[in-house]
Design a protein around this ligand. Structure first.
Ligand SMILES: [Zn+2]
Length: 391
C-alpha cells in the first residue's frame, strides 16, 4: 500500500472547501465516483436542506452487519486564523501534510478510500461499510440522519471505528456535550426604584452562581481519572443583557455548556437547575411582575461515548495500533450517537487532536502510514478473527 497515493487522495479531499457552512456535495460525489470506479455503489443520502449529504457504501455481502469505517466530511472555518500555507491546498513540509482537515479528519478518509481495492480483494464474508457524514462540526445532524436510516435497515454495522485524530490510539470514551440558552425576563424600572423592578442581569447572576455550586457538587460527587478534567464540567461562556446603568434590565441571556461524564446526563442537571429556579427565584420575581420568566432552550446535545458498550471491540483493535493503553477524550464525537442505536464504536485515527481546528493544521505522513497498516491488518483478519461480535 503506497502512502504516495494516499497523499494524492488527501490533496483532492483538502481541495474541497467543506467548511460546515458550505456544501459538501462535491466531495461526496467525488468519493461516490471513486467507489464506482471499483464497482462499489454508494448510497448518497441527501439532507432536507440543500447542499448536504451523507454517503454510505458496503463492500462485501449486504445481508449482515460488518465493520463500519466512519468519517465526517466537513471541516471547521479558517476565518480569522493566520495560516502559513493555503489551508485548502495540501502542502508537504518536513514529513507533515498541512491543510484544513488534514488531521480532522480527511487523512483518515483518504486512507479508507485508498484501501478499497484491498478490502475488495480480501473478499470478506464480513462486510466493510464506509460512512461519510456532514455537519459533524456543528449540529451532528448528518450522523443523526444516517443513524435513523441504519436503525430501520435490515442489518446494521456490527462495529464502528470513527477515525477522528487520536494519534492512532484507541479511544473508548468521550464526554457528552450539551448547550443551553438561558433567557431571563425581568421588569424594567428606573434604577432609583430598583425594588419595584426585576433586574434580569441580577437574576442571571444568581443562576450562574448556582451553576458554580453545581460544579462544586460535581467535583465532590464523582470523578473519572481517565479524563484530563476528571469531572462533569459546567461552564458559562457568554452573557448578554441590560441596556443602561440606570435601568433595571428587562432581558438577559447566557450560554450554559455541560460536558458530562458517561453515565451522567445533562438533562438531569438542567432539570435540577430548573427546579431550583422555580422554587427559589421565580416566586420573588413574579411577586413584583407576573410576566417575569426563566427559560431554558437546548441548543445542542451530543451523547457521551460509554466504554461499557465497546470493551470487546477496543480489546480487539488495541493490539493492532501499537498503543498499550486506551484513551478517553473530552471532545465530542459522533460515537455516542452510533452507540445509541446499538453499534459498538471506538474512535481511532491518524493525526493529533492538538492541531485540529488550529491554523497550520497538519498530519504526519507516518500517522497515515500507521493508519494504512491498521486497515490492512483489519482487511486480512475480518474473516479469520472474531473482531466483530454481533451487536
Ligand atoms: Zn473531527
Amino acid at each position: 500500500m503506497q502512502v504516495a497515493s494516499v497523499i494524492d487522495t488527501l490533496r483532492t479531499l483538502v481541495g474541497f472547501d467543506t467548511v460546515s457552512v458550505n456544501s459538501n456535495i462535491a466531495l461526496i460525489d467525488w468519493v461516490a465516483n471513486r467507489l464506482a470506479d471499483h464497482g462499489i455503489r454508494a448510497t448518497v443520502q441527501h439532507a432536507d436542506e440543500e447542499g448536504k449529504a451523507n454517503l454510505f457504501a458496503t463492500i462485501g455481502p449486504d445481508d449482515r452487519g460488518g465493520l463500519m469505517l466512519s468519517g465526517h466530511s466537513d471541516v471547521v472555518p479558517v476565518v480569522g486564523q493566520s495560516w502559513h500555507t493555503d489551508p485548502f491546498q495540501l502542502t508537504e513540509i518536513d514529513g507533515s501534510l498541512y491543510g484544513r482537515g488534514s488531521a480532522d479528519m480527511k487523512g483518515f478518509i483518504a486512507c479508507v478510500i485508498e484501501m478499497v481495492p484491498r478490502f475488495i480483494a480480501a473478499r470478506p464474508r464480513t462486510p466493510v461499510h464506509i460512512a461519510l457524514s456532514y455537519d459533524e462540526e456543528t449540529s451532528m445532524r448528518g450522523m443523526r440522519q444516517l443513524v435513523a436510516h441504519l436503525a430501520s435497515a435490515p442489518t446494521r454495522p456490527a462495529a464502528c471505528i470513527i477515525g477522528e485524530p487520536t494519534s492512532m490510539r484507541v479511544v473508548v470514551a468521550n464526554k457528552g456535550a450539551a448547550g443551553y440558552r438561558v433567557r431571563v425576563g425581568g421588569h424594567s424600572v428606573h434604577s432609583s426604584l430598583r425594588d419595584s423592578g426585576v433586574s434580569a442581569v441580577e437574576v442571571a447572576a444568581r443562576i450562574i452562581v448556582q451553576c458554580q455550586a453545581m460544579q462544586a457538587r460535581l467535583r465532590e460527587s464523582g470523578r473519572h481519572d481517565g479524563f484530563e478534567f476528571p469531572h462533569t464540567s459546567v461552564h458559562v461562556g457568554r452573557i448578554q443583557g441590560g441596556t443602561a446603568h440606570n435601568i433595571t434590565a428587562k432581558d438577559c441571556e447566557f450560554m450554559l455548556e455541560i460536558r458530562a461524564l458517561p453515565g451522567i446526563t445533562a438533562v438531569e442537571l438542567i432539570d435540577d437547575l430548573r427546579r431550583w429556579c422555580e422554587a427559589e427565584v421565580l416566586p420573588g420575581m413574579r411577586a413584583i411582575a407576573p410576566d417575569c420568566f426563566i427559560e431554558f432552550d437546548q441548543i445542542f446535545d451530543t451523547p457521551p461515548l460509554d466504554e461499557r458498550g465497546n470493551t470487546y471491540l477496543a480489546q480487539a483493535i488495541m493490539p493492532l495500533c501499537g498503543h498499550g493503553q486506551v484513551g478517553r477524550v473530552s471532545f465530542g464525537t459522533e460515537a455516542g450517537i452510533l452507540q445509541g442505536v446499538g453499534v459498538p464504536t471506538i474512535v481511532c485515527g491518524p493525526g493529533r487532536i492538538a492541531v485540529a481546528h488550529q491554523p497550520d493544521e497538519h498530519v504526519e505522513i507516518e500517522q497515515l502510514d500507521r493508519c494504512l497498516r491498521l486497515l490492512d491488518t483489519l482487511a486480512s483478519r475480518l474473516d479469520t478473527d472474531a473482531l466483530l461480535r454481533p451487536a
